[in-house]
Every structure is written in C-alpha cells, then in structure tokens.
Design a protein around this ligand. Structure first.
Ligand code: CP
Length: 312
C-alpha cells in the first residue's frame, strides 16, 4: 500500500489528484472490499458523522452505492433531491448548502448538472464535498471504480491499452477515466463520431480515433459510454441506428475486439445502441463487477475525506 497521508477534505475530480493519491484510494478500497465480503458488512469508522446525499440530477447506481457505503461505515444519512429541496423555490445552491452545513452535516455528496458546482461549494464550506457527477466535467468515483475493476482483472494499469468509445464530449466519466489512466501510465484511446470527439485530448497524450476498428483492435479494455440524449442540444450524428452500426459493439464489430479484452460500461446502458445485450451480459463484460466495486471505492473515499475534516 502507498505510504501516504490523505489531506483533502473534498473529492472534486481526478484531474487534481496525483498518481499516488489515486493509488492510495484504490488500495484503501481493497480493504473495504474485504469488509463487503464478510458476513457482517459493517464497520464503525463514520459513527457520529452525518452525510447528506444531495442529488439534483437522476441516479440509480451512484446514489444507491453512496447510501449503502455510508450505511456500511455507520454514518447518519439524509437523502435530498432537487424537487424535495428549496432549490425548487428559487433558493441558491450556496444558500441551500450553507443551511445543510448549519445542521452540522460533515460531508455533502452531490450530483449536479452544472460543471464546477462542487468546486464552488468546496471553497465556501467547511464540510467535505464529494462529487457524484457534475455536468460534463467529472465523475471521480466512477473513474476510480472503473480503474479499480481494471486493476483487479488485469493486475496492472501501466502499459494497458484502454479505449473509451462514444459520446466523449458530454461525458464526465470519460474525463475522470482519461485524467486518472494517463497518470497511472495507461495508453488511452478515445473514439466516436467526430462531433462528439474533442480533439484537445490529443494535447494531453490521448490517441483520438474516429474509426471503431482502429480504436478497439489492440485494446485490453473497451469502455463504452452512453449516448447522453439529455445533454445533446443538437443532432451530433444522423440517427441512433447509424451510431449503433458504426460505433456500437455488436456481432459485426466484436470481431475486432480481443478475446481477453474487458467490456465495460458505466451504466445506464442503451441496449442495442452502444452495446448489444449479448455482449453487455457476455463473458467479457465486467459491468456488474464495476457496480459491486463502486461500493468499496465509495467507502474508501468517504473514509478518507472524513479523516481530514476540521470537525474531527
Ligand atoms: N454510472 C452512473 O453514474 O450511473 P447513475 O447515473 O445511475 O448513477
């Protein structure tokens, strides 16, 4: 395990973290994975701490995973959504957050549609802020659980060829993966329709490909991203059918994927668009293992953040 001390009260994004910090979270998550394999899956490390889960955008996996992680760490939990909060009456995000903090909440786990919302709150609050997804910026715990799963399966990250396919432009998952994988020495390729493929990633060492075959044929990992209809304000490709046939993993394109490559997806899957069901559920898929590992990763993040709060 990396010999270091965690010093951040917030987890905003993986771009900010060093390779050692990322490895420290992953190694800590290995310990929590063991807790999750016990008969009694509960430890008292967050006893006396209060965590609020504030999801201003929909979520299934991340929200349930954080809530379960907090329960397993023995925290007190409050769940709040945008529609049930006074945001819907016009209260500002900062006023809402300051009022939450006044209730002596220790950590706010938040998902928000605005990129940068967490950075803003973290600067203005004493409590910890954990990013559960901000707009098209970052989704750090998803990036961490993806990398945790890759390391578990491939026993390393350095030198692996990892291809991320799909709507890179709107993807916070892609950004968190790219920043962290590059720091850990992976070779990262991105591919998708040219309109959804920001070329500036080339400047930080990412291979940018507009051809699925070239992108996946040497890949050790193929991570498919969801087409995010809710963030697309224009038509970025002619039709869903064309996207599926050119960039989807299906019976035709699976021929280019190595037999031992991992097939990943952060969920929710548009079945039959980015990934045909037989490959989403096939023997190369680690999609549900990603979800399982997310619990250990989120326990690790909550534990580390709680450990450096001024309220301790
Ligand atoms: N991967 C992910 O963030 O899924 P949810 O939107 O369901 O949380």
């Amino acid at each position: 395990m990396t010999d270091m001390k965690w010093t951040r009260k917030d987890l905003i994004g993986l771009e900010d973290l060093s390779a050692d910090e990322i490895l420290f979270i992953l190694d800590t998550a290995e310990e929590f994975k063991k807790v999750n394999e016990r008969r009694v899956k509960k430890v008292p490390v967050l006893r006396g701490k209060t965590v609020i889960n504030f999801f201003v955008e929909p979520s299934t996996r991340t929200r349930a995973s954080f809530e379960l992680a907090e329960q397993r760490l023995s925290a007190d939990i409050v769940n709040m959504s945008a529609s049930s909060s006074s945001l819907s009456k016009g209260e500002t995000l900062l006023d809402t957050a300051k009022n939450i903090e006044a209730l002596q909440v220790d950590i706010i786990v938040m998902r928000h549609a605005a990129s940068g919302a967490h950075q803003f709150l973290a600067k203005n609050l004493r409590c910890g802020v954990i990013n559960a997804g901000d707009g098209a910026h970052e989704h750090p715990t998803q990036g961490l659980l993806d990398i945790f799963t890759i390391r578990q399966k491939k026993k390393k990250i350095k030198g692996l060829n990892i291809s991320i396919i799909g709507d890179i432009l709107h993807s916070r998952v892609a950004r968190s993966n790219i920043y962290a994988l590059l720091k850990l020495g992976a070779n990262v390729t991105i591919a998708g329709p040219p309109t959804l493929l920001p070329k500036q990633f080339e400047q930080i060492g990412v291979r940018v490909c507009d051809n699925l075959k070239d992108a996946v044929e040497n890949a050790d990992v193929v991570n498919l991203l969801r087409i995010q209809h809710e963030r697309q304000r224009a038509s970025y490709f002619p039709s869903i059918g064309e996207y599926a046939s050119v960039y989807g993993i299906n019976r035709e394109s699976i021929k280019y994927v190595k037999r031992d490559a991992l097939i990943m997806h952060p969920g929710p899957i548009n079945r039959g668009v980015e990934l045909e069901s037989e490959f989403a559920d096939g023997d190369q898929s680690v999609i549900l293992e990603q979800v399982t590992n997310g619990l250990a990763v989120r326990m690790a993040v909550l534990y580390l953040v709680a450990g450096c709060l001024k309220t301790n």
